[in-house]
Design a protein. Structure first.
Length: 176
């Protein structure tokens, strides 16, 4: 029996050959590519969000530590000066200023000008939010300046640095 190319049997063989060729191809369907690209997009979006959040956190921590460093530096300068302070050398005391001669007879004046804290004419801190000085007597009670001898000077530094409010305080003993 002669087979003609259009017969049912010839069509079946050709169909099986085509099916084998389709199964042996090395490629991806459009749907597979879309799914993989979508998954990579989600992972990339999450990674970018995490990296951005970490960058903001690092910036916040850095500005906070920088602010703390400035406050500590200012207190260190004050500590050196106040160690040379005696109660009879106080010239002016109020919540925004303390002026005195130290033991070496050097004039020292800590004062506020607007939101600046200065030592003589040198700016120590910017953006000071509260008055820095409180005066206390020997019993550690808060006193009005000029009413009782000052035994302690309490320094409260509250500063706004890059939107972060930083606080630090210390108490200094005044010699008699």
């Amino acid at each position: 029996m002669l087979k003609c190319p259009g017969s049912k049997e010839a069509f079946g063989k050709m169909n099986r050959k085509m099916h084998k060729i389709g199964n042996s191809e090395h490629g991806y369907s459009m749907l597979e590519l879309i799914v993989v690209i979508s998954v990579f997009g989600i992972i990339a979006g999450l990674a970018i969000g995490i990296i951005s959040l970490n960058g903001q956190t690092i910036q916040r921590v850095y500005s906070k530590s920088l602010g703390r460093s400035e406050l500590r530096k200012t207190l260190k300068i004050m500590r050196v000066d106040f160690q040379k302070l005696s109660s009879d050398s106080l010239l002016h005391t109020d919540s925004t200023q303390i002026a005195f001669y130290d033991l070496n007879n050097n004039y020292i004046n800590y004062h506020m000008v607007g939101s600046l804290l200065l030592r003589n004419s040198q700016v120590l801190l910017r953006n000071v939010q509260e008055t820095p000085f409180t005066y206390r007597d020997a019993d550690y009670a808060v006193i009005q300046t000029g009413s009782t001898p000052v035994a302690y000077v309490q320094v409260n530094l509250v500063v706004n640095i890059n939107g972060q409010v930083q606080r630090i305080s210390d108490v200094f003993y005044v010699r008699n």
